[in-house]
Design a protein around this ligand. Structure first.
Ligand SMILES: [Zn+2]
Length: 92
């Protein structure tokens, strides 16, 4: 089973657990950070690749030797997003 790394949109903590589901099946997450205002949140997969934190993770994973397919699987972004981020990064 692949572990999906989820970050709290409020505090960017990765200390997050799955917390049941919405009626229509969307996974809910619970932030374990005691200082965080936002305890329960949903993941919005469609714009995940636009988050600066995800872009940074793509770069970090690449530097750590992960391939595009690894990143797609772990972060849940599309391969097009990964390649796009890396292209923009290498140009900068
Ligand atoms: Zn949080």
């Amino acid at each position: 089973m692949a572990l999906v790394h989820v970050q709290c949109p409020q505090c960017q903590s990765i200390d997050v657990v799955q917390y049941g589901k919405q009626a229509h099946g969307t996974q809910r997450y619970h932030c374990n950070n005691p200082d965080c205002q936002r305890t329960i949140f949903l993941l919005q997969d469609h714009d995940k690749g636009r988050l600066p934190a995800v872009k940074q993770q793509i770069v970090d994973m690449t530097l750590n030797g992960s391939g595009v397919r690894d990143i797609v699987r772990v972060l849940g972004v599309s391969s097009a997003t990964v390649i796009d981020v890396l292209k923009k990064k290498s140009r900068a």
